[in-house]
Write a protein that binds this ligand. Structure first.
Ligand SMILES: [Zn+2]
Length: 273
């Protein structure tokens, strides 16, 4: 009896695709933590950025807790088409194998995994036995990857401690950019042109010795390019103590650009931007 009830609950969980079943293009933040303390003490969640765009559903950087938070949010993981992994650091990839297995467990369709070779070959974070049902695409700088109605375009190799890539994700209707971990360079603002730009800002101010963006780097970015909406995320503990919402407001007012600090479980409908 108990087993039957459990399997019924699993079926309900799979069928009840609350977030993507309407087919709308949207981005769901199942985590906004960045940096070691914030992630590994789970001050914020680190379940990745899930999106539906151009008829495809993907997850970006499924960090610790991605599987459990996706299931809690009623995402039907067997309908997720692919994973974009920016780099091999644990706060970005800890749950990648669990999510991969969940994607193929009840699906006959092959899936996509885009990742740098450092995450696949040199010190792999993706288990070999888990790769069979995936089209594995190696991330290289300034490359376009066409996945039916979705185009994923990488830009420069980021200035980080391991090969790292962001991308512009584009359909016929909308585009958004994801700027993963990196030091600031004006090239970011030249390359990552999209309606919505999501930026991993671990710090409020630049921290010498750490290859991460700070929120205050966004003043230089916005001098060169102003998206319709700039979203700050991937917050370290120090930044969280300093109120990222207030700083996003300040940047917004000073630059006359819409800037928000993301929160866990934030849903952005791209049609509303
Ligand atoms: Zn990193």
């Amino acid at each position: 009896m108990k087993e039957k009830l459990q399997s019924l609950m699993v079926c309900m969980r799979i069928l009840k695709d609350r977030n993507f079943k309407d087919g709308k293009d949207k981005i769901i933040f199942l985590g906004t933590a960045g940096g070691r303390f914030s992630v590994f003490y789970q001050i914020r969640k680190s379940g990745g950025i899930w999106f539906h765009l151009g008829g495809k559903t993907f997850v970006i950087d499924p960090g610790p807790g991605a599987l459990i938070h996706a299931l809690k949010n009623k995402i039907n993981i067997s309908k997720v088409d692919g994973i974009f992994l920016s780099h091999r650091h644990l706060d970005h990839c800890a749950d990648i194998n669990s999510v991969m297995e969940s994607m193929v467990i009840s699906s006959k369709h092959s899936k996509y995994l885009l990742a740098p070779s450092a995450a696949l070959d040199e010190d792999p974070v993706v288990l070999q036995y888990n790769r069979d049902k995936f089209n594995i695409l190696y991330l290289k700088e300034y490359t376009d990857y066409y996945i039916d109605g979705l185009t994923i375009s990488t830009k420069l190799t980021h200035l980080h401690t391991t090969p790292t890539f962001g991308a512009v994700f584009k359909s016929n209707n909308y585009s958004f950019a994801y700027i993963a971990d990196t030091l600031y360079t004006d090239r970011l603002a030249i390359d990552y042109k999209a309606d919505v730009v999501i930026v991993n800002t671990v710090f409020k101010n630049q921290m010498p010795g750490f290859m991460h963006l700070s929120a205050n780097d966004m003043y230089a970015f916005l001098e060169i390019f102003k998206p319709k909406l700039l979203i700050l995320t991937h917050f370290g503990m120090g930044f969280l103590n300093e109120n990222p919402y207030a700083l996003a407001n300040e940047i917004s007012q000073k630059t006359k650009t819409k800037v928000v600090a993301a929160w866990d479980n934030m849903v952005l409908n791209l049609g509303d931007v």
